[in-house]
Design a protein around this ligand. Sequence first.
Ligand code: BG6
Length: 505
Amino acid sequence: MLRDVKIGPTVIVIFGASGDLTRRKIIPAIYNLFIDGWLPETFSIVGVARTASTDEAFCHQLREGVDTFSRRGKAKEEEWSKFASAIKYMAADYNDRQTYLSLLEDLDAGWRQSANKIFYLATPPTLFTVIVEQLGQLKAFRGEKNYRIVIEKPFGKDLESARALNQSLTEVFDEAQIYRIDHYLGKETVQNILAFRFANAMWEPIWNRSYIDHVQITVAEKVGVGRRGGYYEGAGALRDMVQNHLLQVMCLVAMEPPTSFQADEIRNKRVDVLSAIRPIEKDEVEKFAVRGQYDRGVVDDQPVPAYREEENVAEDSGKETFVAMKLYIDNWRWQGVPFYLRTGKHLPGRVSEISLQFRPVPHHPFSDSVTPANRLAIQIEPKEGIMLRTQAKEPGLGMKIKPVEMHYTYQEVFKSASPEAYETLLLDVVRGDPSLFMRNDQVEMAWSVLGSVLEIWENSIPVDFPNYAPGEWGPKGAEDLITRDGRSWLVPACLESNRKDGICP
Ligand code: BG6
């Protein structure tokens, strides 16, 4: 990872600049990088969108976004004015060659040749290919390292469409110039998995099938799909969360130690995990994957609609809002260790956690009938931290065993606010460090891991939808998936009812 690279003049072109992503994530992130002094003295932002607007009106809209969504809260007048003086707006038709002609002409005007030029595609995915092709017709970008392109998921909707998208991107840009964002890879705790595993000698000897019984990865959201029904109808939880965020987190937990933090070394190790995931046969999908859809119900004393009643959702929709899966990794380290993944909307809380459940002791000489196994929980949301559950002797006469925990949260230990994932990722784009981004082979491999499930689910409408109420951990089938193996889902540490120790809000 290139932490100390000096950054030259930079211009960031945001296509889809009037959309939500720009207002909520991209601009607040760039603004915070600016405040923290990470951006070069000479930088500019060009917002491109179809809507007619002016520089002033555009800046006004962006400021509202920063005031509402920045981790720092409202922007300060003086800082904002300085930042805003670097912003321009361009109303444009994405299909018109003239748009790109004037854009490219403008970009070079007043910029030294060495300026970094970043094209950020924050548009709906249907426009990705159009924009890339139009750019490609005007200039040879391939190999010109100071030109970079950033794209947001979804990277296709299955293996075939991902290949087609990769093909059109790589016709115009080299792979090294393409930055595919999976924002989970920019989260502090997700990155900390690497530090935790590979900067501490004690874990490596036990981080394998000899000591670990199974791994659980939970990414739960309390909210429903809200106003994103239109997008979600084409996606569903498998495409929206599992294909990218959950599989990438799984890769970091399961990968082999890298020899360096060079971008391709890390990405090769991640891709090795994906390629070792045992394919799920079509006739076994039911045994390995469970889907659910939320019904109407009550959240925080407020009634909430069923998924099928959300805006832009079909009243007989078969889209899943919950997925639970079991995956195996066929290699020496993980042979026979199940990885249980679950994610969904309207679950009991907003919590993301990876739990490594260790094997029980081989023999227990204590009077208690069972000695609970050790558990290591890596907490990603809502409070970033690590919790290790071990056993101790309960004070008193006799030998009674009781679970105790060692834990820390980032906030307690480091006392400083973590940057938003988008800040980390955008800075890496500006610096030209692709370690935390998805390479084309990773994207394609992740689609192929899920291929059979996608196909079976696409072609069979679930008869039991809706099958879970808001506030439940998905449908009963999710329970069955794990209890069949003699195991059970662990309640994420944050949601354990007796917790009053500050590990969670
Ligand atoms: C996005 C999904 O990628 O991640 C959303 O499209 C989801 O559906 C979001 O809500 C979750 O991200 P986070 O950072 O809030 O956990």
